[in-house]
Design a protein around this ligand. Sequence first.
Ligand code: ADP
Length: 743
Amino acid sequence: MSDKKSIAVLTSGGDAQGMNAAVRAAVRAAIHKGFDVYAIYEGYKGMIQGGHYIKKMDWSSVGGILHKGGTVIGSARSDEFRTLEGRRIAVHNLITRGIDALVVIGGDGSLTGANIVRQEWKDHVQELVKRGEIEQGLADKHPSIFITGLVGSIDNDMSGTDMTIGADTALHRITEAVDAIISTAASHQRTFVVKVMGRNCGYLALMAGLACGADWVFIPESPPKPGEWEDNMCALLKAGREAGRRDSIVILAEGAKDTEGSRISSHYVQQVLEERLGEDTRITILGHVQRGGAPSAYDRYMTTMLGVKAIEIIANSNPEDEPLLVGVQENDIITPPLMECVDTTQRIRTLIQSGDYDQAMSLRGGGFNDAYDTLKVMIRALPTNPTPKQRRLRIAVLHGGGPAAGMNTAALTAVRIGLDGGHVMLGVKDGFHGLIQGKVKEMEWMSVAGWTTTGGAELGTNRRPLTGTDYYALARKIEEYQIDALLMIGGWSGYQAIHNMYQKRGDFPAFNIPMVCLPATINNNLPGSERSIGSDTALNNIVQVVDKIKQSAVASKRCFVVEVMGRYCGYLALVSGIATGAERVYLHEEGVTLSDLQKDLDHLVDGFSKGKRLGLMIRNEKANSLYNTGFMAALFEEEGGHLYDVRQAILGHLQQGGDPSPFDRILAIRLAKLCMEFLITECLENRKPVSFIGLQKGKVDFVDMARWPEMVETGYERPVKQWWMNLRPIAHIMTEPPLDVAY
Ligand code: ADP
């Protein structure tokens, strides 16, 4: 166990949804380690004010805040903190409380400020001793302050982390708004110019453009040439109309400029469209809506992980250590040197301001550039290469498994990437059985219009396994339609079907074509990929419903047992448990015993008798077939007596429904593009791999289907190794209060 530390947590700069999750996580993780922990209210202003602005936190001070937008401990801008004297007062307030580490949740400005205090710490302390404001003994005990930084910024503008806190939620707000706009735009064949935040960073505009299937996007990193972009934009939108597109959506980042450095205003874009195309063009400025509302599932669980990591770093730090940023790379938490990240971020800003856009773009990183390249293909009104340089391939796309939000987005991307390369794209209705029945249609550019944003699966999917003669019939159809390559977008039964076809290649030569599986299932139970399309939407569906359930429960001292899907895979249960603050999660992977239930019951009785008002248990649908949801609810109700009552909620199919979340849409586009590039390359080079695409350890790769048997637990339809099982300790830390907790 590390030495006892005193830690202060603050939120600073612009607010962002998910900051509360970070504060809650840091406070509870610190208490869990036996540290003293303070919240500094109103950012650096509170650090200078001291007094009741710096409050010691206990377990329950951060209860009930996980689902709230903004920051409950407040954020303010402080000019006084920019002065030496202001920071000296701040140091006085910190040192007199024995605080030796800070968790700063803010943008690059706030993190720079924290680093300045750290650098000046010794001088301030010396000065405070000289002035007689603190004792030398106290100064000796606190020779420096250690800093960890979590980036709170809806713009996703920080280098060194894939995502900043709030960016995913902001994208939710934007996609909700643009989806709504698209339906009215389509009704009247109108054009909308939607302005989104992002003064120096085009992330929100770019990702919203992809996620909503926008027709034109302006971002600060890639300014268009004045006099030229107007013609290009109008030509493209006109071609889109001629191709049958009913809505036209232009997304504009607020910081967008042209190559001459002149700002591109929404009014000017409107004027151009109205004058040149005679389009009825409306402007929607989304403004602060993007900062508001409940945080998304991602901004709750990922941020919880960041907060816990910040405390872990502090526990293992030496006072003189350089500050670290706590960020993410795909699913992994990374801790690069804070000031390198801040410096690169500020450099990009300077590069944009000075017009060095190429350099700025390259510093944004591969993911941003890839997304921009993909966008340029996706916004086309028609394919650009109708005659391919090489062989024209016939590539079939089909689904397998249960429906998952994002299947349509992936299918649209695959079809358009294929058509753009000049290939023939065949859409197969109703999965493998549909192929056997000959439900195959040649897809056109506009036959997938609108699929980016819609839930369900337009091509149809089912989980019925293939048996006996199905394989012969399948082989015949592959030959009949002269299918050169196959893309299967789906879940377990789809993967299983492709695996079986792979194994039967000896019997059916028709299966000797390149085939690739793209993970799309809400269960997130596929090998080779840490995430599957649809699981983020399902998590958001669960989180939204549980928020409502919790509200009803808190009004009447109630405990809820909520059952979520996942079959034998506990991903949805565990991650939604972290995102909703459930106190107990039941997983098939861990099993459920009677003594577990007895312990949980004791916790419930103890908590409710001390004034607790709400209990939330989340149970995977197959956690234990005998101790089912009804049994657990009855047990807790009966044994809890008059202290509380218990209700069960089986969430059911709402988890599979709804339009895909922005995360699922973006992942679908990214993976489908890579799958198509893979299939086309392999096919043209006469190779015939069978693979599944995977997102693992921060990178995307293809895994050979030969590895399927060693990677899965077939009986339970889940991978042998499940990365998210590492998150179990976090769930425990967040919900197991110390024994003496008061409610
Ligand atoms: P963000 O953290 O979102 O980038 P700001 O740039 O407004 O937001 O910074 C928030 C606060 O951090 C400022 O009001 C100020 O108190 C402090 N701060 C920012 N930059 C500095 C700096 N260079 N020196 C000292 N304090 C700073």
